[in-house]
Design a protein around this ligand. Sequence first.
Ligand code: NAD
Length: 263
Amino acid sequence: MTTDNKNPASPAAQRAFEGKVVLVTGASTGIGRATAIAFANAGARLILGDIDKRSADTAAAIVAAGGQAQFVPTDVSDPESVRALVDAAVQTYGRLDAAFNNAGLLPPTADFADMSVEDFDRTIAVDLRGVFLCLKYEIGAMLKTGGGAIVNTASVAGVVADPGMASYVAAKHGVVGLTKAAALDYATRNIRVNAVAPGLVATPMTNRWLDDPGFAAKLMQNSPIGRAAQPEEIAGTVLHLCSSAASFTTGQTFVVDGGQTAH
Ligand SMILES: NC(=O)c1ccc[n+]([C@@H]2O[C@H](COP(=O)([O-])OP(=O)(O)OC[C@H]3O[C@@H](n4cnc5c(N)ncnc54)[C@H](O)[C@@H]3O)[C@@H](O)[C@H]2O)c1
């Protein structure tokens, strides 16, 4: 038997999430969209929260394929907005079983002293406070129905620093910390909290890098596997961490980076 490492077998094929209610933020494009579709293919019923209305297209694609999905316009940096998103999941489907807190933004690259305070604050508001708010309200809902599993999107920038990205590095290191803290608080109450830390993934967030041949070649020098990931290659890890196959795994950050941080 051979293994095609570019096309990992999807746990979706196993319908491991049949009937489960899964919340995904940032599902208009990229990693969030691919993961929402993977959850739907595995039988889950989806609530999608996003500031970008193109998440409605993701929901429509899931419904067109025979699944269930609803889009709720959401700004993850706003407590009331996140509370309304979680409430919508419970009102629509009666419970919340799993969540993928993935919405995020990448600020302009700048050396530390040149970084604007506004960019720093916005990055922390969306990439860190957004994950805190999602955890807070999702955990509240899960406690009422006996537990659940949550995955936060960190980054390799949550494990090591990249130059020119101080606010993003701080936010993503914070996501790793929130993941550990939440996991400890709820370990005995059947709520598992983990994070995924992708390396370079080909999404709208990184188009500006990958579309520049010179810069892309420089990035590939840091990639033992020699390419960027496709979003679907991150989705598999998220589904695994939310599944019963990961029932003893909590508080961990899983680096999915083609070997980038193995140096
Ligand atoms: N692409 C990469 O190389 C890479 C690497 C590591 C980590 N990540 C992380 O993966 C996550 C997804 O990024 P992506 O690469 O798929 O990019 P993307 O731009 O395709 O997706 C980001 C999503 O977040 C949403 N979003 C942004 N601000 C929001 C807000 N305030 N409220 C609600 N939704 C908001 C966007 O609308 C979009 O749907 C992010 O957290 C990002 O930091 C990406």
